[in-house]
Design a protein around this ligand. Structure first.
Ligand SMILES: Nc1ncnc2c1ncn2[C@@H]1O[C@H](COP(=O)(O)OP(=O)(O)OP(=O)(O)O)[C@@H](O)[C@H]1O
Ligand SMILES: [Mg+2]
Length: 246
């Protein structure tokens, strides 16, 4: 029997008004595994990630992370669990009145008791990883969208989280930077055995980082399989979606 999954959604339903966005969604992600979710814009991919991190609650169904029922955790328990999780928001979501450096230092200051010297070392190293070291004193309004995305990535990674949720890590990046971010995601996984859930519109990114790729549409996964199997699928909708992607 395989060990308990790190992330498990079981029959999750969620509506906004009359719009049913999640309609009985179920999936598992095991330790060290990388699941990529693709699907049309507006389908509800970001909504899935927000359920995993506890920003949204399901109407029905269960969300377990490291075995804990996310929707039913107390504020303090949720904060504790989030220490293990990094979240790259779709729109970098930086704090406008903090510098690049302070934005990346924020999760360390909030969740750990490291000294400023330790924080400095870690923040500078992480900014170098995303090639943003030179912009450390700038404010979010003074850097480009792609640069903001990379700072958001540094902020998601700075605590060495066991679980990382990436919402469109490649969006707004040029092809070279996008490729280097995908490689960084792979490296993190191999070095730290991180478990990840990635939403992307990019097939190159998906096929590079995903052990499994899921196509999410109309509230459920139409397929959830290794990249080669997804490409060979004879489900008509899966074929048409990935024909355009490739
Ligand atoms: N807090 C909310 N209140 C009301 N409706 C919401 C909320 N969050 C999401 N929605 C709706 O749920 C649907 C799915 O949104 P979501 O952001 O998950 O799409 P997505 O698949 O991530 O799309 P994209 O690829 O464009 O990022 C949208 O119709 C959106 O308007
Ligand atoms: Mg989205």
């Amino acid at each position: 029997m395989s060990p308990d999954p790190i992330i498990r959604l079981t029959d999750v339903h969620r509506s906004f008004g009359t719009q049913e966005v999640l309609r009985g969604l179920s999936f598992d992600v095991h330790e060290g595994e990388s699941l990529v979710i693709m699907g049309p814009s507006g389908a509800g991919k970001s909504v899935i990630l927000k359920h995993v991190i506890g920003l949204l609650r399901p109407d029905r169904g269960e969300v377990l992370v490291e075995g804990k029922p996310v929707p039913r955790l107390k504020v303090r328990e949720l904060r504790e669990l989030r220490r293990d999780m990094g979240y790259l928001f779709q729109h970098a979501a930086l704090v406008n009145w903090l510098s690049v450096y302070d934005n990346v230092a924020l999760p360390l200051r909030e969740t750990t008791r490291r000294s400023e010297a330790e924080i400095r070392k870690k923040v500078e190293h992480t900014l170098e990883l995303v090639r943003m070291g030179e912009a450390r004193e700038k404010f979010p309004s003074e850097i480009s969208g792609g640069m903001q995305k990379r700072v958001g990535l540094a902020r998601a990674l700075v605590t060495d989280p066991r679980i990382i949720l990436y919402d469109e890590p490649e969006a707004g990046l040029d092809p070279e930077m996008s490729n280097s971010v995908s490689r960084m995601m792979l490296r993190l996984r191999h070095e730290l055995n991180t478990t990840s859930l990635t939403v992307t519109h990019s097939w190159p990114c998906a096929s590079m980082v995903g052990d499994r790729i899921a196509l999410f549409e109309q509230g459920r996964f139409l397929i959830d399989a290794p990249p080669a199997e997804v490409l060979a699928s004879d489900i008509p909708r899966v074929r048409s979606f990935f024909d355009v992607q490739k």
